[in-house]
Design a protein around this ligand. Structure first.
Ligand code: ADP
Ligand code: MG
Length: 264
């Protein structure tokens, strides 16, 4: 088995409070993993540390050869779609890494973007502005963009929150096809039944790793109870643990850098 991403004793803190605390483990190449856990458990922070959007205070994320091209879908709340561009142009942004920002898109690239729109059920939407779409339609656009990226590792942060059942099922189908193509997929999810049905592996987080492995074993009653009580037990005013206190530097969270909650 080859490894796509290793987490080695990873600790990330915001204003000296750990969001991830000594997290170790790995995501195998071609694995399909759900990240679950209570609010504030560090799920988004974990995806951001894999993307390099936040800095690790200690430990590290190792990206192996099987994770050289990464696609990342942030939580809806972090995406600004007041930007006046068409659905087609939004999908074509998936080529940024290949074509560069100012290179002209070839006819073939445009055709493939239109094919990707058809694959997510948005035939005929190419010229609509992204601002005019429903939340579910916009999520389909973002999945079409990932289809173009041809990434080996795909990170999805709550891809189905506020999304209707039909869209969720269609997008789950696309995730399964990525899995069948041996891509590594990691998705933050909340619906345990959905995770049990569609995700063979799970990582249950509550700042620390509560359990990581086969979904059925991870999502047992005892682990879920432990995750809840670990989240409730967190004291925001507690002093730092000795290991972290040694060299804490506030992380830079690019996604939040200009918003509320940005580290100072
Ligand atoms: P989850 O995605 O599991 O809900 P997050 O990774 O978003 O959790 O957040 C983990 C913890 O870090 C929470 O307590 C949250 O309030 C805090 N946090 C997240 N982002 C920032 C930030 N940019 N500045 C300060 N604190 C943050
Ligand atoms: Mg989150």
């Amino acid at each position: 088995m080859s490894v796509a991403i290793s987490l080695e004793n990873l600790t990330v803190t915001y204003r000296r409070h750990p969001a991830l605390h000594h997290v170790s483990g790995h995501f195998a190449q071609g694995s399909l993993t759900a990240i679950v856990g209570p609010n504030g458990a560090g799920k988004s922070t974990l995806l951001k540390s894999i993307m390099g959007l936040v800095r690790c205070n200690s430990g590290r994320v190792v990206k192996h050869a099987a994770a050289s091209r990464i696609a990342y879908l942030p939580q809806q709340a972090e995406i600004d779609r007041s930007f006046p561009i068409s659905v087609l142009d939004c999908v074509l942004l998936g080529y940024w890494s290949k074509a560069g920002l100012f290179r002209r898109m070839s006819r073939d690239m445009v055709r493939r973007a239109e094919d990707a729109l058809a694959a997510v059920g948005l035939d005929g939407f190419a010229q609509r502005s992204i601002a005019s779409l429903s939340v579910g339609q916009f999520q389909r656009v973002l999945f079409a963009r990932i289809l173009l990226q041809d990434a080996e590792l795909i990170l999805l942060d709550e891809p189905f929150s506020a999304i209707d059942t039909k869209t969720t099922n269609d997008l789950l189908h696309i995730i399964k096809s990525w899995h069948a193509e041996q891509r590594t997929v990691i998705a933050v999810l909340h619906d345990y039944d959905q995770v049990r049905r569609a995700f063979p592996q799970s990582l249950l987080l509550a700042r620390n790793v509560v359990a990581w492995g086969e979904t059925e074993a991870v999502l047992c009653h005892e682990n879920l109870h432990r995750a809840r009580s670990m989240a409730e037990a967190v004291d925001e005013h507690a002093p730092l643990c000795a290991v972290d206190a040694a060299d804490v530097v506030d992380v830079v969270d690019v996604a939040h850098a200009h918003g509320e909650g940005a580290p100072r």
